[in-house]
Design a protein. Structure first.
Length: 369
């Protein structure tokens, strides 16, 4: 297989509503798509960093510049189209996991299409349907939150995750519990608390939550271990689990009992699969988180999410949950039973729709060997 060219697309898809977490909010999903063309086939990958310093040091601008100036010219010099080896080649360039995940995802997609196999088969997954959970950002009032919970439960979502922040935590959980009883419920703090907030977590501990996600700072692994020892509720680490080395450290310190695997943050499907394998060996279950991404990275994540150690509902939701449109056909759908069934077909099954890419595209650039 010979790489004939690479196209880089900058797309912006408006959201139905702002996505709010404890550190900021976004109103459009800006994604950078990598299209690798070889032997008449396009393999697609997606980088989905958040704009501004909301979540990570990587932004759409920095990812775009890194791809066009460094990663793609370097990759074109010596392309590695074996997806299990591509990550090693990309690691020759320091940092920038979002950009690498886009290139690596495109290489996996290309290979799966070339072999006429679904992506999950190449990754070692089962291809089974995945339970989907709805994530609800910080809402203006508790009533708004309860309305959302009611809506998502009616739509079929298999668990509810609510974002919390200091001063907006225990009473929200108590309100959801008193209205909806023992539904599968979890909270995500996005690192907004400190160990001194232990009394808050002791109260949350009374509410039978599935897990508390990333209560403390990213680097606070000892503190997470201490907090975990004080609670019955499992802690789940997300922001902290940003590399295989970090995950190994989390395991050594017993900082958490669950890990949120984000393909973007880990730099691709292969590094994410390695983290999955290490966790499986350590008997620490994981689940698939999101940025949230558009259809390409979401679909590829869903394929990975059928590996055996993914044990909780995924954060991947229906395309229509966030976006006024998506760039794949069919869109990702969550039916009334809350189980996402992967689209059939080689590669990711879903087809990237060139008309939709063109509709939402702000910039495009082409690279030829
Ligand atoms: Mg999270």
């Amino acid at each position: 297989m010979r790489l004939s060219r690479i196209r880089l697309h900058w797309v912006e898809v408006p959201l139905h509503e702002p996505f709010r977490i404890s550190s900021g909010e976004i109103r459009v999903r800006c994604s950078i798509l990598v299209e690798l063309l070889a032997n008449g086939t396009s393999g697609w990958g997606e980088a989905a960093p958040m704009p501004g310093p909301v979540y990570s040091v990587e932004t759409p601008e920095s990812t775009w510049e890194f791809l066009r100036k460094k990663l793609l010219p370097g990759f074109l010099d010596r392309p590695e189209l074996d997806p299990t080896r591509c990550f090693g080649r990309l690691e020759e360039f320091p940092g920038e996991p979002f950009a690498k995940a886009a290139v690596e995802g495109a290489v996996w997609d290309l290979r799966a299409q070339q072999e006429s196999k679904p992506l999950w088969a190449l990754l070692g997954g089962s291809g089974q349907a995945l339970p989907s959970g709805a994530a609800i950002g910080l809402m203006p009032t508790p009533e708004d939150l309860l309305d959302r919970v009611a809506r998502f439960l009616a739509e079929g979502y298999r668990r509810i995750k609510i974002k919390i922040a200091p001063g907006h935590d225990v009473e929200l959980v108590a309100a959801v519990r008193s209205r909806f009883g023992g539904i599968p419920l979890m909270v995500d703090a996005n690192a907004a608390y400190r160990l001194e907030d232990l009394p808050v977590f002791r109260e949350l501990d009374q509410h039978g939550l599935m897990m508390v996600e990333q209560p403390l700072a990213r680097e606070a692994l000892e503190e997470h271990a201490e907090l975990q020892r004080a609670l019955r509720t499992p802690l789940c680490l997300d922001e902290s689990a940003d590399s295989l080395e970090a995950v190994e450290r989390i395991l050594r310190l017993h900082s958490a009992r669950i890990i949120n695997i984000k393909v973007q943050r880990l730099g691709g499907l292969e590094p994410a699969r390695r983290v999955h394998d290490v966790l499986r060996k350590a008997r620490i279950p994981c689940w698939l988180g999101t940025m949230p991404e558009l259809g390409i990275a979401s679909a590829q994540g869903l394929h990975l999410g059928t590996l055996p150690n993914f044990a909780f509902p995924t954060d991947v939701e229906a395309s229509a949950r966030w976006y006024l449109g998506d760039i794949i056909t069919p869109p990702i759908e969550v039916p009334r039973d809350g189980l996402i069934r992967l689209a059939d077909g080689p590669g990711m099954g879903y087809r990237v729709d060139p008309e939709k890419v063109a509709r939402y595209r702000l910039r495009v650039e082409e690279f030829v060997p």
